[in-house]
Design a protein around this ligand. Structure first.
Ligand code: ADP
Length: 270
């Protein structure tokens, strides 16, 4: 099937029947280094997927490409039934314009390892800035929603605090509330507990666990927390040298890995 025919066939299906996210033959290189090698990955609506693997295997690059922080070198990324990285023009598939990328990207929220909060804004201001400027929400509506979300992550009493006045775990919970304020359909978590002191990890994982249980969000998480991946994810993907070397439900992948690389990795980290 040609790329154009594939696009037309997919467009004919309703968005709801399609995966929420689909990487189709996606390639990414930095110079001669192949970081993602013909990646095919589908994530169903509401599915919680954990990505694990050794350092440098391409895990973060997968998330960054979904956030349009990296250009792709081949293939197509689909989000919510439409190509994110490409668009149809006069029956031809062409690389997407910035406006198209931004529109599709707005369905995705991301939480980073280092929180990335605006330091000069309070927790509440961090959560209302984008809804007001990008979604054109009224200040009143944005504040009501941000207050609700800060309450949900257990920080109702900290909404007037600046990031420097909050612990790492609290800052990360503000970052989660801020991403949710944009009403994403997909949430990406990139090693969100790696920069935290061990005693603060639990509170952040608790919020993520609660989000997964209460909301119909699609969640994609790069994590080193194998225990959490085992308990939280519907599916675990093990990346090795830019490919999915093995994937499966957590009980199988952790309990009876088949691939020699997975076995080696799990022996080293568990
Ligand atoms: P992981 O998240 O699995 O540790 P990454 O996706 O961050 O891996 O990186 C995959 C590979 O791509 C690594 O070898 C890394 O050094 C390389 N890489 C990532 N970003 C860049 C960049 N901006 N320029 C050059 N190489 C990069």
């Amino acid at each position: 099937m040609t790329e154009v025919t594939a696009i037309k066939t997919s467009a004919a299906q309703s968005a709801a029947e399609q995966p929420m996210v689909r990487f189709e033959n996606v390639c990414k290189r930095y110079g001669n280094l192949v970081v993602l090698d013909d990646l095919n990955l589908e994530i169903a609506r509401g599915e919680k997927v954990a990505i694990i693997g050794p350092s440098g295997s391409g895990k973060t690059t997968v998330l960054r490409m979904l956030m349009t922080l990296e250009r792709i070198d081949g293939g197509v990324i689909w989000v919510d039934g439409e190509p994110m990285t490409h668009m149809m023009r006069s029956g031809q598939m062409v690389p997407a314009a910035q406006k198209h990328l931004r529109r599709v990207r707005s369905k995705i929220g991301m939480v980073f390892q280092h929180f990335n909060l605006f330091p000069h804004m309070t927790a509440l201001q961090n959560c209302i800035e984008a809804p007001i400027t990008v979604l054109k929400m009224s200040r009143k509506e944005a504040e009501a929603r941000a207050t609700e979300l800060l309450d949900m992550v257990g920080l109702a009493d900290k909404k007037g605090h600046y990031p420097a006045q909050l612990s790492g775990g609290q800052q990360q919970r503000v970052a989660i509330a801020r991403a949710l304020a944009m009403r994403p359909k997909v949430m990406l978590f990139d090693e969100v507990t790696s920069a935290l002191d061990p005693e603060l990890v639990g509170e952040v994982l608790h919020v993520i666990r609660q989000l997964g249980a209460e909301h119909d969000l699609t969640m994609l998480m790069v994590t080193h927390q194998m225990g959490f991946a085992k308990e939280f994810a519907d599916r675990v993907c093990f990346f090795y040298q830019g490919k999915i070397a093995e994937q499966g439900v957590p009980q199988e992948l952790f309990g009876a890995p088949k691939n020699e690389r997975t076995k080696q990795f799990l022996r080293a980290v568990l």
